[in-house]
Design a protein around this ligand. Structure first.
Ligand SMILES: Nc1ncnc2c1ncn2[C@@H]1O[C@H](COP(=O)(O)OP(=O)(O)OP(=O)(O)O)[C@@H](O)[C@H]1O
Length: 260
């Protein structure tokens, strides 16, 4: 039995309703998501955790409009994604969602500043200079703006990617293992920035992570197992998340009425 989390449509920046995603067909088909219902509350930092193969990346990709669902519906704000054609979906991702990936995904020939404003330049939108300035200061990149990615450390590159994600004031930022390639100090800087963007700017952030310490920066953690949401933790700490993760192989399934 899976549980649902926070389905309060009025306050959700994004939500999934009974979302199913199956890779392959027939006997070899894999149900990566099995009727997942979840809302990502506006202005909060949500971490998505679970064992390897539990469906974390699939959930993020479906909720961010990077992958199609086989059943159910995803909404960004009040916009349902499945009726959208490719062009409108691309425009929605560009205009309303910010992305941070494990591999930074910066353009090597552009400076840090050019990378930060690139999505808006591509969209033909004029960056809000005061806002971009504020982001640059918050992320601590003022003295690195003319550097190319190869001239920056991994942590600095990921902070450029975070600034890029926030520069267009997206409704929601999806971060997929944003600290997966970073040492603990750089991880701390990136996570503190994401945390601060929620606290100071009211940004909504959803982060997939394997790392209990990273999840400890979030307001809430949702736990996936076998393509279902099986638990949720408010005000997590790294220790509590670690304890919960240890229980995954042996934890009994929750029955009806046992939702957190
Ligand atoms: N493109 C694909 N084709 C076939 N199966 C896939 C595909 N993508 C994911 N899967 C399967 O779907 C399930 C969920 O995968 P997913 O990558 O979402 O899990 P995850 O929790 O993000 O895993 P990890 O922590 O290892 O990154 C797994 O069994 C995986 O093998």
């Amino acid at each position: 039995m899976s549980i649902t989390a926070d389905v309060t449509t009025g306050t959700a920046a994004a939500r999934a309703e009974r979302v199913t995603r199956v890779y392959g067909t027939g006997a070899t088909g894999v149900t990566a998501l099995d009727e997942v219902t979840i809302a990502m509350p506006r202005g909060r930092f949500t971490a998505v955790m679970g064992p390897s193969g539990s469906g974390k990346s699939t959930l993020m990709h479906c909720m961010a409009g990077l992958d199609r669902v086989d059943g159910g519906e995803v909404y960004i704000g009040d916009t349902a994604l499945s009726p959208l054609g490719d062009r409108r979906l691309t425009a929605l991702r560009r205009d309303r969602i910010g992305f941070v990936f494990q591999a930074f995904n910066l353009v090597p020939t552009l400076s840090a500043l050019e990378n930060i404003t690139l999505p808006m330049d591509v969209a033909g939108r004029r960056p809000d200079a005061a806002w971009v300035d504020r982001i640059i200061d918050t992320v601590g990149l003022r003295r690195r703006l003319s550097h190319r990615p190869s001239e920056l450390s991994g942590g600095q590159q990921q902070r450029v990617a975070c600034a890029r994600a926030l520069a267009s004031r997206p409704e929601i930022v999806f971060a997929d293992e944003p600290t997966g390639n970073l040492d603990s100090r750089s991880s701390g800087e990136v996570l503190a920035f994401l945390r601060g963007s929620v606290r100071e700017f009211g940004q909504t952030v959803v982060m997939v992570t394997h790392d209990p310490a990273a999840a400890g920066y979030a307001d809430q953690v949702v736990f996936l197992s076998d393509g279902r949401i099986v638990d949720r933790m408010e005000a997590p700490t790294a220790d509590r998340v670690l304890e919960r993760m240890k229980g995954f192989d042996t934890a009994p399934e929750r029955g009806p009425g046992e939702n957190s």
